[in-house]
Design a protein around this ligand. Structure first.
Ligand SMILES: Cc1cc2nc3c(=O)[nH]c(=O)nc-3n(C[C@H](O)[C@H](O)[C@H](O)COP(=O)(O)OP(=O)(O)OC[C@H]3O[C@@H](n4cnc5c(N)ncnc54)[C@H](O)[C@@H]3O)c2cc1C
Length: 315
């Protein structure tokens, strides 16, 4: 969003959001000498200056806001950037090219929105106040710590990476482990077994058809077709909107899913979940690094050998 620059003066650049992106933007402006051309003003809703949100969980492991901070305390003032912390932009007046906060109105010639994202909270009844916590900011983590002090049990909704980090945080806060319910245990067991059986069935059918005749592969495909069709019909009857290609997609998903799971499962030492150009900490002691690599390789080799042995037994 851009309006005419005030002539003779530096152009006014307002950045809304002092998170990882907003801060990186300021760093780039400073390092490229752009402050000669722009008067930069940054608004951050949070009280803390930009910090490393990717390593937020370390806050429960002894880090503090200061160690997580992305810059020295005086970086903004010495660079000549106006930093407004704890001051959310409430409105953008595009007609007058001004941002509005609780403290006042600030004009801009250029506006950068680096406001990040908000966690989605499902509309669950009773999920409000201290019973509804999210895992995104340092304040959120303080809230979780305070709530945990008076709680016996915590529930994490969402089992992705952040869900796992949150669960680990609850554990470190002494909320303890509970046994998994029977259904969850069965689902997890099924996931682990099916990543092998899906592939085993297909491989046995292919080898058997090569060895004894095409009939084996045809019977296998018939079995796959009928069972996936029955599931599709059941889904249709229970009101799900599934198309005619669903049985095929289902089977394709199972095979690709099994390959993916096996691939990931045996490369745990290589995992680095990130969309940012950040590097996973690899400063492990050399023995630990060696152990991670070789235990992964041994697991892959053992599992592949068992798979081939079962194959020979069956066919
Ligand atoms: C626990 C955790 C672990 C993560 N791990 C990883 C990882 O391993 N790899 C990875 O790639 N990503 C990870 N992420 C995601 C990553 O942190 C985000 O992608 C990244 O922080 C996005 O940067 P951003 O600047 O766009 O948003 P944010 O860092 O969220 O910053 C936006 C800032 O804008 C402020 N703001 C919003 N609205 C206003 C307003 N109206 N006025 C003023 N300020 C406002 C917000 O308060 C916030 O401080 C993780 C996130 C979390 C929470």
């Amino acid at each position: 969003m851009k309006a005419a620059a005030s002539s003779g003066q530096r152009e006014r650049l307002v950045i809304v959001g002092n998170g990882m992106v907003g801060h990186h933007c300021v760093e780039q402006l400073v390092s490229r000498g752009a402050l000669q051309r722009f008067e930069v003003r940054v608004f951050g809703e949070e009280r803390q200056r930009a910090y490393d949100r990717v390593h937020l969980s370390e806050y429960f492991g002894g880090s503090c806001a200061e160690t997580l901070a992305l810059c020295e305390r005086d970086f903004y003032s010495t660079s000549g950037v106006h930093l407004h912390l704890g001051e959310a932009v409430l409105e953008i007046d595009r007609e007058r090219c001004e941002v509005v906060t609780a403290e006042g109105r600030y004009g801009y010639d250029h506006l950068v929105l680096a406001t990040g994202s908000y966690p989605f909270v499902p509309p669950i009844e009773g999920c409000s106040g201290s019973a509804r916590l999210v895992y995104r900011t340092l304040d959120d983590l303080d809230g979780i710590r305070a709530a945990a002090a008076e709680a016996r049990r915590g529930v994490v909704v969402g089992g992705g990476l952040l869900g796992l980090e949150a669960a680990n945080a609850l554990k470190s806060l002494g909320l303890g482990l509970r046994r998994l319910g029977l259904f969850t245990s069965i689902v997890l067991f099924d996931q682990r077994v099916s990543m092998w059986t899906s592939l085993l069935g297909l491989t046995v059918a292919v080898i058997a058809s090569l060895k004894f005749g095409l009939a084996f592969l045809l019977v296998y495909l018939l079995w796959i077709g009928i069972t996936r069709l029955i599931l599709t019909i059941m889904l249709l009857c229970s009101g799900h909107n599934v198309g005619p290609a669903y049985p095929l997609i289902l089977y394709y998903n199972q095979i690709i899913g099994a390959l993916m799971k096996i691939y990931v499962f045996f490369r745990l030492d290589k995992q680095s979940w990130t969309r940012q150009p950040t590097a996973l900490k690899r400063d492990l002691a050399s023995f630990q690094q060696w152990f991670n690599t070789w235990s992964s390789r041994t697991m892959t080799f053992s599992a592949a050998s068992i798979f081939v042995a079962v194959l020979f037994m069956v066919v």
